[in-house]
Ligand binder design. Structure first.
Ligand SMILES: *[C@@H]1O[C@H](CO)[C@@H](O)[C@H](O)[C@H]1NC(C)=O
Ligand SMILES: *[C@@H]1O[C@H](CO)[C@@H](O)[C@H](O)[C@H]1NC(C)=O
Ligand SMILES: *[C@@H]1O[C@H](CO)[C@@H](O)[C@H](O)[C@H]1NC(C)=O
Ligand SMILES: *[C@@H]1O[C@H](CO)[C@@H](O)[C@H](O)[C@H]1NC(C)=O
Ligand SMILES: *[C@@H]1O[C@H](CO)[C@@H](O)[C@H](O)[C@H]1NC(C)=O
Length: 440
């Protein structure tokens, strides 16, 4: 069958048994489609980032070993592609043709995505809800995501031990009273070959810089080009935008580095201006250059959590004044951002295919320290995700044992089977030997 060929090419089934009392691989079952009778493994869609690998293998191993269901993993590029994948699209990675739409396909072979950054792409989610197989949202992973301004705890300690300066609070960066630049490198410390010129970044994005200008009133921080486009002003050699409080003297600036086209730009520029932070905003030429500058220079940098990239330096996030909802709605985003909801999504039909499994997925909750420990283990050991997560499950049954649904909870159309008498029973008074057959 074409599909099984595809599965074996793209998504090798994980075979090994991890937990001592887990289901033997040869005894695992497939999902059975009640309408067509077709059977297939549970498909887990894994967008290619660390916390997604960790939580997908965590869930996948438990599903195989404790629920006895065959699992395949399918890697996709990012969150948008993962939405499409669980919505049944055949080529979710292909942005010009995802292989799906309101007309079908009518069956999806992808049933689960863990670590879903659900709120980040509302328009794409809304689009998938018009498909024949619209995915469903389950609850939170147990932690929230952040995207913010971070720096190494080494700089935090240095400033505190030298003069009692608390850089984990925005007031510690206020140039009216303090010189935070003493604890960071200057923009001149970065080799220009590792940076994008401002002209190649979102500092030259008219929409974003017009929004910055109207929120901040910082006319001196932008240049209005002859054609009316508003772009960021990068004095000198054109690699850094400087905030008002160090614009006349870049040696007082705190080095700030980010990736992509300038991730986090709007919030960082507004905050630097509003809260008087002396900041030089630059963008790494590549992702590797960004990571390298953040790792080797004393800098503030863009980061999101959970993510392992900078875990070893125990990064600190500067606290800003409490989130001001009205101001954010008006385009002033200089106050603290809200945490980002991170949940799980499942296929439209998973609760019909495996109701106990959906209960189990709903119960999964971990905290940020736990996911950080998983990611650090994989990073330091350099092992594949599956053995790392198997080890974690073996060592932490106290965390996951409460996620398992009660073995004798049943659901419509799924029978209860007495393993001792080998008969289906109609009540659960005598729990001894009772198990749910096909009650996946
Ligand atoms: C399997 O082992 C784990 C811990 O190793 C335990 O929590 C769980 O209850 C066991 N499950 C069964 C069905 O015995
Ligand atoms: C589930 O996977 C195992 C291991 O790959 C395989 O031996 C078994 O036949 C599969 N079960 C079904 C019902 O396909
Ligand atoms: C989709 O993209 C991911 C990440 O780049 C890659 O690992 C995966 O193999 C791709 N899948 C297909 C079917 O091309
Ligand atoms: C993506 O889809 C378009 C349109 O069907 C097709 O021409 C193109 O070859 C596909 N790209 C890949 C990488 O498969
Ligand atoms: C900057 O990096 C380039 C390319 O790696 C290198 O050739 C050059 O010597 C570096 N400049 C300095 C001042 O280190």
């Amino acid at each position: 069958m074409l599909r099984s060929v595809l599965f074996s090419l793209l998504a090798p089934a994980a075979v090994a048994q991890c937990l001592g009392n887990g289901t033997h691989p040869s005894l695992r079952k497939n999902l059975v489609n009640p309408e067509t009778g077709e059977s297939y493994p549970l498909g887990i869609t894994v967008p290619a980032w660390a916390a997604s690998y960790a939580t997908s293998y965590m869930a996948g191993i438990l599903i195989q070993d404790l629920l006895g269901i065959n699992v395949t993993y399918s890697i996709v590029t990012g969150q948008v592609e993962a939405f499409f994948s669980v919505a049944g699209c055949l080529t979710p990675n292909n942005s010009s043709d995802r292989g799906c739409g309101p007309e079908g396909p009518s069956v999806t072979y992808q049933h689960l995505q863990m670590e879903t950054w659900y709120g980040n792409y509302p328009a794409v989610w809304a689009q998938t809800q018009t498909f024949a197989t619209p995915p469903k949202l389950l609850g939170s992973m147990g932690y929230e995501g952040t995207e913010d301004m971070y720096f190494s705890s080494r700089e935090l300690s240095a400033a505190y031990e030298t003069e009692g300066l608390a850089l984990d609070y925005w007031t510690g960066f206020d140039a009216t009273w303090k010189q935070p630049g003493l604890y960071f490198d200057q923009p001149s410390a970065v080799n220009r070959s590792m940076l994008k010129p401002c002209a190649d970044t979102n500092l030259y994005n008219d929409l974003m810089m017009s929004a910055y200008l109207s929120a901040s009133g910082d006319t001196d921080g932008v240049v209005v080009q002859p054609d009316g486009k508003v772009v960021g002003k990068c004095p000198g050699d054109g690699y850094f935008w400087l905030s008002p409080s160090c614009r006349s003297d870049p040696t007082k600036c705190v080095l700030y580095i980010t990736g992509g086209g300038g991730y986090g730009l709007s919030g960082v520029l507004q905050r630097a201006t509003r809260w008087n932070i002396p900041l030089a905003f630059g963008v790494g030429a590549t992702w590797g250059d960004f990571v390298s500058v953040a790792n080797t220079k004393k800098s503030m940098f863009y980061w999101w959590t959970p993510d392992p990239t900078f875990l070893e330096m125990s990064p600190v996030m500067t606290k800003f004044p409490a989130h001001d909802k009205q101001a954010w709605e008006q385009g002033d985003i200089s106050t603290a951002a809200l945490g980002v909801f991170i949940g799980k999504i499942v296929s439209h039909d998973l609760s019909a295919l495996a109701p106990r499994l959906v209960g189990f997925l709903d119960n999964i909750q971990i905290d940020m320290d736990t996911i950080n420990a998983m990611m650090l283990d994989q990073k330091t050991s350099g092992e594949e995700w599956e053995p790392v997560m198997c080890r974690w499950l073996q060592n932490n049954p106290q965390i996951w044992s409460s996620w398992m649904p009660d073995d004798s909870t049943c659901f419509p159309k799924f029978g209860m089977f007495d393993e001792i008498t080998e008969q289906f029973v109609s009540n659960r008074d005598d729990k001894e030997g009772l198990r749910l057959d096909d009650c996946l």
